[in-house]
Ligand binder design. Sequence first.
Ligand code: AMP
Ligand code: MG
Length: 487
Amino acid sequence: MPASAPTTPNSSGWNFDHSYARLPKMLHEHLEPTPVKEPRMVVFNHPLAQSLGLNASALAEQAAIFAGNELPEGAEPLAQAYAGHQYGHFTGLGDGRAILLGEQITPKGERFDVQLKGSGPTPFSRRGDGRAALGPMLREYIISEAMHALGIPTTRSLAVVTTGEKVFRQESLPGAVLTRIAASHIRVGTFEWAAAQRDQGALQALADHTLQRHYPELASAETPYLALLEGVMERQARLIAQWQCVGFIHGVMNTDNVALSGETIDYGPCAFMDAFDPATVFSSIDHNGRYAYGNQPQIAQWNLARLAEALLPLLHADEKQAVEIANAAIEGFKTTFEGLWLTGMRAKLGLFTEEADDRALIETLLLWMKEQKADFTNTFRALNPAAAPQEDPAFAAWHTQWQARLQRQPQSADEVQQHMRTHNPAVIPRNHKVEEALAAAVERSDLSVMQRLLEVLSKPYDPSEVQSEFTTPSSLAPGAYQTFCGT
Ligand code: AMP
Ligand code: MG
């Protein structure tokens, strides 16, 4: 083939299937993205493209595809229907500004949704314009990729393109489209939608699809739908435990933002906590602190109860018995979560064995951190069993207890240090560093600041010298940083 031959979509590596599109009609609307004026690539994720089996270098030049102006070969675009409890209130929602192009089957045989976010209005847009602004889409790119590098299940970001069009929020902003990669976009809200339609066949089809796709090992269980509920609970418990262990605050844990795959999804007003305080909230609209750091486990359980409600008709033919089954399952969340949280926190303290007083040891440290307004990330990263305790008598007392605890396990000091290094990140996406990168990109079209931040965030546990600008907490007073829903 001559070098000048145009790259066909096929040579780009697209390999779509459409299992979601084969589900009952009430779950999706078929429509194409709305073309934009002038697509321009802002950031493209080469390693992710490669892992998806895509021709990264060819696609990095094809902004039109990631803007929705051209469809990749084999795409069958659709918007997904879903409902959700937003701040506790039930609402019909759906992809109001997103389009699923299809499910990319990777060379390893894995299946990933390829979704454009900000791709134009859909039947679910309500009063929205179906569009997204560049800042929030880059923010999702940065934080989701940081989460991935931290080892936390998450949707990924393949590309952000600008549209050459303005979007109007409080002000006029450059428009953008994000390409999101997800194990799926099936949400608790998707089940709530199916249940609200009172079509048991469709609900069951969705449940079977979810089992096959995310929990194939449970599909042949004696009670597969209870197994599904328990499987989702387990993954959510694991996910929230991981969030708690790095100080991640999702910010808008509505049921439409809870993925059945167990991935973190919908990076809106999320942010990482600096000074440890369970009451930390960043979202400008979360006035009551419903989604505060310390509430995340309870909210997860509340969201899972909404999933259980939606699944009731599949749990037992008799509604009363179905409710009993669901309640018993949901009650187990707290124990599952606490076990996983303890495992995560033990690792942060270099503990390999289990002792009954470990929880108290952890909580004493957290209480001290709260009183001192200590930086969550840096405090854990700096813990050193060998270092002489600081002057602070409360910390010194805790440190002595911790040293004694470490001595009661067989692992060497080296093993402890290694374990702690891989469970206490040196870098997280600090709010002021994220803002700095976004300001450079959006206001000055300077992408270098973001590229450098992405590079640092891609190796969060790297023991080599990280420049202090990436590890210093924001100089803003606690509570001064505000985040906004990405609309
Ligand atoms: P989110 O807060 O991003 O989880 O979105 C909640 C709901 O609002 C979803 O149904 C979105 O599709 C919808 N939505 C958010 N922004 C827009 C927009 N600009 N245009 C249309 N729908 C939107
Ligand atoms: Mg959402």
